[in-house]
Ligand binder design. Structure first.
Ligand code: WT7
Length: 645
């Protein structure tokens, strides 16, 4: 922990949307009069039928959350059409390819045509308002066209990250009953090809709801096309009109589903709706990044994650911003790539993840220093706690000690940023997400559900709703209630632990549940365990996280083999490959320890607390093991623990 204070630079405060005085006044108002506050900020959108009702929320009983709920609007019209008059020729999206020689600027006018055409193609494929469309694409402009085209016709998109396996894709297609899939022949990342269509074909075998597949040509490698089901985007789109009238949607109609991992069971379909989501992402994008006219804004997240939805696409475009979309990776062709892209496109706001910063920090200052980065004004961080060492490096080396860093805490479920500095208003402490955004009421609770006050540490909950909050788990409202509102009745429980210091600054300490955060990617331990036990030689598995220098957390798996199976180095490799195939590369275990037995209570519950300690090399502090059914298993696990290297 660092208690160094980085004051707001005067030059930033002078021009910022929010400064210290206005932050305090507006924050107070947003809590005292949430209706008035959000009634005013709801006006930032173009409504077809203006809303009169602002908020209808209950965190108790059957839980319901509605915002601006008698208004109607269209998200694509708000992100494109309304900007045409003033910004038709302004760049909406800068696309930077994996290959440094490939990039393209797409104006708002061009975006309007491309989205209209994609929308008409969806309609021609039989997609109607309310239908689910799954998008399994690399970071190419068509991913943005596809999302906005769904929004335009009122279809609900579900974007699945291109790194997920055929099985993971199939589960997500089935869960929401998608009728249409949009994919590409292949993706391209760091010079390597990703076989998207091949994966999709495998997933489609198990996904009978999908009637049509739209395939974007990216690499041109030969792929299989199934007649009657698959169409090429580049063949069909040019036949269609670029004009597609936006569908009138209620503020509470679904906009998208995004699957995310929890502590138990299969990934949940987080459902976000139309009006509140867009108002919240657009307001936070403007204030948190202090977006000003002329800024070039770059969020490095993939559209497969919520950051790519809220702060690559919807928030920025709702604000008429210029947003950069990058197909590649930070270390290709070399470790200077991020900074070269910043210079090439004169990026002024840069938003990335701590894992990327730590990986680049390891390569030294030279790859950064050889670029100018003079255009940079604001830096952002998201996805996991940023360690002060990485924060300080980001600030000094990348930002030349002049750019404020916004460490933004939020979740797939929250839709937008909840705890964060505002660059012109809040002095930073490295490692702290600092203060709540307007309308956000964080509370820390102890294990008995008692609200803690002052400087303290506890479970991070939210006392009231904000417009960007998820509305339900798709198809399973009961699971929504149980996951987020049952632990601390009357509160939304984030699953994170948090400390509040004497200055009222919030410090996220990480998940308190069985969810891992590996390189800013969320993984449920239960998912990895069920992939492992699906292997014919595995009897039982328990997965925990351990501290990892680059990834934040690494994946440590304890595996018990079936009787008669021999633990070999080869089998270890086979299991890693197996999990990659079952879920995707992001779920690959870093370490697998053979466990003749797992520490269990007499009722058969695995005591992960003990496994976490062993994985973290803290085996001298295992705590009370007396309730174990067989305390002897612990000794063996400690003796044979894996070297974390
Ligand atoms: C979890 C949510 C937010 C979009 C990307 C991740 C962790 C996220 C921070 C931060 C400390 C953070 C939390 C949270 N997290 N941002 N600035 N400081 N922790 O979304 O996949 O839904 O993961 O990421 O543990 O619960 P997600």
């Amino acid at each position: 922990m660092s208690d160094q204070l980085f004051p707001v630079p005067e030059a930033i405060a002078a021009k910022a949307w929010v400064n210290e005085a206005t932050y305090n006044a507006q924050y107070d108002r947003s809590l005292k009069d949430p209706e008035g506050f959000w009634r005013e900020h709801g006006q930032r959108l173009d409504w077809i039928k203006p809303f009169t009702k602002v908020k209808d929320v209950s965190f108790k009983g059957d839980v319901h959350i509605r915002w601006f709920y008698d208004g109607t609007l269209n998200v694509a019209a708000n992100c494109i059409d309304r900007h045409l008059e003033k910004r038709g020729n302004q760049t909406a999206i800068i696309w930077e390819g994996d290959d440094p020689n490939e990039s393209r600027n797409i104006t708002y006018k061009e975006l309007h045509g491309e989205v209209g055409r994609m929308a008409n193609l969806l309609k021609a494929q039989g997609v109607k308002k309310g239908d689910r469309v799954t998008i399994y694409l690399p970071m190419i402009p068509e991913a943005a066209y596809a999302m906005l085209a769904c929004a335009r016709i009122g279809a609900i998109h579900s974007v699945v990250f291109g790194g997920f396996s055929p099985d993971s894709l199939a589960n997500r297609l089935q869960d929401c009953g998608s009728t249409c899939l949009i994919t590409a022949d292949e993706g391209l990342r760091g010079g390597k090809k990703v076989p998207l269509k091949k994966n999709a074909d495998e997933a489609l075998k198990a996904s009978p709801s999908v009637k049509s597949v739209i395939v974007v040509k990216r690499t041109g490698s030969p792929i299989a096309m199934e007649a009657g089901r698959d169409v090429w985007y580049h063949e069909e789109a040019p036949k269609l009109s670029t004009d597609c009238p936006p569908e009138e949607m209620n503020a509470e109609d679904p906009l998208f589903i995004l699957y995310t991992s929890g502590s138990t069971g299969k990934p949940k379909g987080v459902l976000h709706t139309t009006g509140g989501y867009l108002a919240y992402t657009s307001l936070t994008h403007q204030y948190v990044f202090d977006y000003q006219e002329g800024d070039v804004y770059w969020c490095t997240a993939d559209v497969g994650w919520v950051t790519g939805h809220s702060y690559l696409l919807y928030g920025p475009l709702a604000n008429g911003a210029t947003t950069l979309m990058f197909e590649g990776v930070p270390n290709y062709p070399d470790n200077s790539r991020f900074w070269q892209v910043i210079d090439k496109h004169k990026v002024s706001i840069f938003y990335t993840a701590p894992t990327a910063i730590r990986a680049l920090m390891r390569e030294g200052e030279e790859p950064v220093k050889k670029t100018s980065r003079a255009s940079l004004r604001i830096l952002g961080s998201v996805g996991e706690p940023i360690n002060p060492e990485a924060w300080l490096w980001y600030h000094r080396v990348v930002g030349n000690s002049k750019c404020p860093i916004v460490d933004t805490w939020w979740q797939t479920e929250t839709g937008g940023i909840l705890i964060t500095p505002l660059p012109g208003a809040i002095a930073a402490k490295p490692g702290s997400a600092t203060k709540p955004f307007f309308g956000v009421q964080p509370v820390l609770l102890d294990n008995d559900g008692k609200v803690l006050s002052g400087a303290t540490e506890g479970s991070l909950c939210l006392a009231d709703s904000w417009p960007g909050q998820m509305r339900t788990v798709y198809g399973d409202h009961q699971r929504f209630i149980e996951t987020y509102f049952a632990t601390f009745p009357g509160y939304y429980f984030s699953g994170d632990g948090c400390r509040r210091d004497e200055d009222g600054y919030y410090w996220i300490t990480g998940r308190v549940d069985d969810v891992l955060n590996v390189s800013g990617h969320r993984m449920g331990t239960a998912e990895i365990e069920s992939a492992l036990v699906a292997h014919p030689k595995v009897a039982e598995a328990a997965v925990v996280g351990y501290p990892h220098d680059i990834k934040g957390q690494g994946i440590y798996a304890y595996v018990t083999l079936n009787a008669g199976e021999t633990p070999t180095e080869e089998l270890r490799k086979e299991l890693v490959a197996w999990v990659r195939k079952e879920i995707g590369p992001i779920a690959s275990p870093d370490l697998i320890q053979w466990a003749p037995g797992l520490p269990k209570t007499r009722s058969g519950k695995i005591m992960r607390r003990i496994l976490r300690k062993i994985a973290a090399n803290e085996h001298n502090a295992l705590g009370d093991t007396s309730t174990l059914a067989d305390p002897a298993v612990v000794g063996d696990l400690v003796d044979n623990r894996m070297n974390r290297g």
